[in-house]
Design a protein around this ligand. Sequence first.
Ligand SMILES: Cc1cc2nc3c(=O)[nH]c(=O)nc-3n(C[C@H](O)[C@H](O)[C@H](O)COP(=O)(O)OP(=O)(O)OC[C@H]3O[C@@H](n4cnc5c(N)ncnc54)[C@H](O)[C@@H]3O)c2cc1C
Length: 396
Amino acid sequence: MRILISGAGIAGLTMAFWLRRYGHEPIIVEKARDVRTQGYMIDFGGTGWDVADRMGLIDALKKKQHLIDPIYYKNRDGRTTAQIALSTLYEAGNVEGKFMILDRRDIVQELYEAVCKDVEIRFSTSIHAICQSSSSVSVTFNDDTSETFDLLIGADGIHSNIRHLLFGREEFYSNHLGYRFAVFLTPSLNYDLEQAYQMYVEPGYQFGIFPFSKSEWMVFFIERIQEQHLPLYGERLNYLRKTIPPYQRLPAKILARLREDTPIFMDFVTQITLPTWSNNRAILIGDAAYCPTLISGQGASMAMAGAYFLAQGLHGQEEPQHALLQFERRLRPHIEKIHASARRFAPNFVPQSRLQIQGINWLLRLSKFPLAKKVIGKQFTVESIIDKHRLAQNLS
Ligand SMILES: Cc1cc2nc3c(=O)[nH]c(=O)nc-3n(C[C@H](O)[C@H](O)[C@H](O)COP(=O)(O)OP(=O)(O)OC[C@H]3O[C@@H](n4cnc5c(N)ncnc54)[C@H](O)[C@@H]3O)c2cc1C
């Protein structure tokens, strides 16, 4: 089949890889000029690990991993109040050696290299209209040309344009979990972070500094917020400068030194919940269909899982529409479980009061003990759905 994929992100590139493997002809359209758009840290394990392993990419990804250790919790004066070693987290989450921390840009780069020789990727291209019949799907692109395919796969992320064209406005399907985040990259300051992730925690927000390399840091800011307003690009740095008090010396210094034109990626923590993921010969996968949010720590994994299982489901099927429905029936229970667990964990993601911060500090100090480990492990599970569930057994 000739299959059009919208979005060359984690889901779209994985999809193209597996479709190619099964003898189809995937073509990708990507709105951006290249694949390495957003850079931020991704906890990568479980299902994502297993899919990447089956693609032969694990060794290449391991070489790119960031060996961050430990995580320091800092108080308002910059003093370390608690810390947790990654090995303790891995043990609590029972990750069985399958876990690493990656820059999103490195994941998409590896996926891109795995497909770019065999798959046509049209950059700076997006779809403006979709018209379906029972045997094909025709699309019109942003340059007003049209083309017909056997199937359309929307892998264009949380603010999916394909979802909008198929099912209508985003607000019908989005569930704001009460947080807004900002991520940006900055040249490192003259300050030795060692290999540690530094988290400055205050009631209502966290400011994390993560050394991507000796010369580049990633900053992750997250705050509790009910309003649904995103500052415009030009207003974001000022907003952060106003929010972070000067007594938080390192965060304030980073913001003071940051170039005014630094791209700051900002968004809400939002789950996508659709009653169905497909419409005739078009289907959504990844964040476009079921974004579980960064709080779940499994968005990248589930983007890869969706692509892997959909390609397997389509393999050898005469009727793609049937395969799409079957794929959804099988994957949806796993996604619902991850969504529910992220919603349960969300209220603890950013502490609301000093008392809650103290509670977290105590939990981390006791993290070597079984009970504390169990509590931490509940919020840090990265189990794979590939081998453990009937879904995979039916398909592979
Ligand atoms: C700060 C942060 C931290 C995160 N941490 C983790 C983590 O620790 N672990 C984890 O598993 N997940 C994490 N995630 C979530 C993870 O990044 C996403 O779930 C994952 O990237 C989803 O993959 P995707 O391919 O569906 O979407 P994306 O990776 O967003 O890719 C979508 C692609 O579609 C393209 N596109 C958009 N619109 C169009 C259009 N109109 N036409 C054509 N192309 C278009 C985009 O340019 C992009 O290339 C995190 C997310 C954020 C923001």
